[in-house]
Design a protein around this ligand. Sequence first.
Ligand SMILES: C=C1C[C@]23C[C@@]1(O)CC[C@H]2[C@@]12CCC[C@@](C)(C(=O)O1)[C@H]2[C@@H]3C(=O)O
Ligand SMILES: O=C(O)CCC(=O)C(=O)O
Ligand SMILES: [Fe+2]
Length: 370
Amino acid sequence: MSAPSQLSKDPHNNYFDFGAARQVPETHTWEGLYEHPLVDGGVGAAEDAVPVVDLRDPHAAEAVARASEQWGTFLLEGHGIPSELLARVEARIVSVFALPASEKMRAARQDGQSHGYGLPPIASYFPKTTWSEGYTMSPANLRAELRKIWPDAGEDYRHFCDVMEEFHRQMLAVVDKLTVLFLAALGVAGVEAGRKIVETMSETVTMHINWYPKCPDPKRTLGLATHTDSGFFTFLMQSHVSGLQLFRREPDRWVGVPPGALIVNIGDLFQILTNGRFRSTYHRAIVNRDSTRVSVAYHLGPPADAKVAPLREAVGGGKPAYRTVTWREYFLVRKEAFTTGGSALQMVSLSPGDHDDDGDGADQISEISS
Ligand SMILES: C=C1C[C@]23C[C@@]1(O)CC[C@H]2[C@@]12CCC[C@@](C)(C(=O)O1)[C@H]2[C@@H]3C(=O)O
Ligand SMILES: O=C(O)CCC(=O)C(=O)O
Ligand SMILES: [Fe+2]
């Protein structure tokens, strides 16, 4: 392990050389990871099979509604993104993380910054470090951001930016289609409403790329800590190596998501917007001994200071279940939730306890609060 002292005093931000690690050190050892059984979400029993939505299906809106209510996650098919593009995205991501530490650390995320190379924001809420590296970037300032890594803007820089911008362009078309389905599922009328939402969300897109190196003792560590995404919804592209797990209740278990598909995760602000009808999902990433894994999370949400409240159509004749929040405010609530072992959604709930986010009265699942 090398910890170049000039780079950071934050233990979560020091460089750990995964390639040289022959074992998992104490800093990266997590307890209680296998308290709940693990089931296969691809070929498992019907109640464990992760729902699939095909955008070409004429009944896709109903499938979206069902999956968002019951799982908060689904596999998206018929999205039209060429697998060849996804392969190029993957190859370019691998090439960034393969750079020497000193080059990657030029883009290190600074305290409180939303963008940059290093562990994601939630990492700082945990006493242990995860077996991964990450890099958060927004398509809007991708080229400026990546100049920190490649100041000479050479070939690698151009290839990376070109492929990520192409991915972003194609993803926006998928966002458009899925937003129409979400609105139909919620009974929100009007093409105009949909267009406005998509326009606003497309300005705030954040891409977070994850790199999970091979691990000599994968059962002792975690790639990405258990969390819900906080925005409206996230698309997740994962390579052909599995690692994503969803937490499901009744009975408590981890469901392994089959590799290779585009995944959609409902986020906390969408749960608020839909008055609790669509649910965010706790998920985590594990690592493995034989293969390095990469993923790209494409996070969508409102502008940081836009007010998010339950939609009239979702509240109907009932009462709003959540108070109005902005994304910026919600980050602070979530930080407090992580430090107190509570649930951020409960903290913004207007009738706490009534509709706790996991449905069993317990605030958080084990390794979050340990
Ligand atoms: C838009 C965002 C969502 C995110 C925080 C961020 O500002 C940029 C990184 C995102 C990410 C990726 C890994 C998991 C996560 C919980 C984290 O710490 O950083 C998510 C954040 C989120 O959904 O809140
Ligand atoms: O790598 C994965 O499968 C999970 C990534 C994720 O959850 C995230 O970046 O928010
Ligand atoms: Fe996530």
